[in-house]
Ligand binder design. Structure first.
Ligand code: PMP
Length: 342
């Protein structure tokens, strides 16, 4: 008895989360390092009796901490159950059905799924041969979405001009902390049209807690909040709010893990290049590598059989490539030695 919409929807396919924990898991861009020890302390101190009550629907304490970090006000921050949810709410809050929403042909594959789910027309604007944005393609649109750094390319570009347009723009900064570049969050708070979206899943090592946030003008945040309250008033659970708050307060730890990941990224790219893999210049915690034989699927299968999980996209412009999450130095070495044995 499922609806026509559910029948036709081609859902987003997330990377595998295998029950077998022995894999070297480099397939979903998680942080190889645990969250701050302050998170473990906050969870241990969490009184389970609090769970009989609903959580703070406005995530007040967490929004205040995020606002402080981003240099904006509480009214400029929205918190959701992972940035995927925040993105979904933002699509509904910002985009209309009268003109296509535009995004790159090679970008986060959830964007077209949201458009299909919400009945929004959309158009893919091909990246250049070097996987760079084709900016002319966004001259005339109902809205635009940019992942910056882009996924799965890892390429960062200056998209600040899009915080000053007459159409709504979502800038998905899930990986910005690995780029060494400035976030557009502060500009978005002052902008009429731009919403930046960030996550605790990557640089904070909290993928399992599900927490993401948006920074934008008070008006745009209010729109996202209306959508949230039209769907699920309590989307962020109490324990998640507690954990994310502890994580964001430990900026020193955050910086140190980001630094370690960036260090491994450089070594991983160098090792892959030595082996004939062409790598795009990554500003994220993953590397998009073209396999020497141009057959990403084959290398993916080989690695999986040999205990290493990476991500393969059976999609145009990506079939000769693998997206490899930057793990620890040791994990990178395991990947390289598996490739050497191939
Ligand atoms: N944006 C991009 C570009 C991503 O790669 C991801 C992770 N799959 C997300 C958003 C969502 O992350 P989360 O829901 O864990 O915050």
């Amino acid at each position: 008895m499922i609806s026509e919409l559910a029948k036709k929807l081609v859902p987003y396919v997330a990377g595998e989360q295998p029950h077998d924990k022995s894999y070297v898991k480099l397939n979903t861009n998680e942080n190889p390092y645990s969250p701050s020890p302050e998170v473990a302390k906050a969870i241990a101190a969490f009184d389970a009796a609090r769970l009989k009550l609903y959580p703070d629907p406005d995530c007040t304490a967490l929004r205040d901490a995020i606002a402080k970090k981003e240099g904006v006000e509480r009214e400029n921050v929205f918190v959701g159950n992972g940035s995927d949810e925040v993105l979904g709410f933002a699509f509904l809050a910002l985009f209309n059905k009268d003109a296509p929403v535009k995004f790159a042909d090679v970008t986060y594959s959830f964007y077209p799924v949201y458009c299909e789910l919400f009945g929004l027309p959309y158009e893919k604007v091909p990246l250049t041969d070097n996987y760079i944005l084709n900016r002319q393609g966004y001259a005339d649109c109902g809205g635009a979405v940019f992942a910056n750094p882009n996924a799965p390319t890892g390429i960062w570009e200056d998209v600040s001009e899009y915080a000053n347009k007459n159409f709504p723009v979502i800038i998905d900064e899930a990986y910005i902390d690995f780029s060494g570049k400035e976030s557009l969050a502060k500009s978005a708070a002052k902008s009429a049209n731009a919403v930046t979206v960030k996550t605790f899943s990557k640089s904070y090592g909290l993928a399992g807690m599900r927490c993401g946030y948006a920074v934008a003008s008070a008006e745009n945040i209010e729109g996202i909040n209306r959508v949230k309250n039209g769907f699920n008033s309590y989307s962020v659970n109490a324990l998640t709010q507690t954990a994310a708050l502890a994580a964001i307060r430990d900026e020193e730890y955050h910086k140190s893990t980001v630094k370690k990941v960036i260090g491994t990224r450089g070594k991983l790219i160098a090792r892959l290049k030595e082996m004939g893999y062409a790598c795009l210049n990554s500003s994220a915690n993953f590397v998009l590598a073209t396999t020497p034989d141009g057959n990403g699927g084959r290398v993916y299968e080989y690695l999986k059989e040999n205990g290493v999980l990476v991500r393969f996209f059976d999609a145009p412009r990506l079939r000769d490539k693998l997206r490899i999450t930057v793990g620890t130095d040791e994990e990178a070495e395991k990947l390289i030695s598996a490739l050497k044995r191939m």
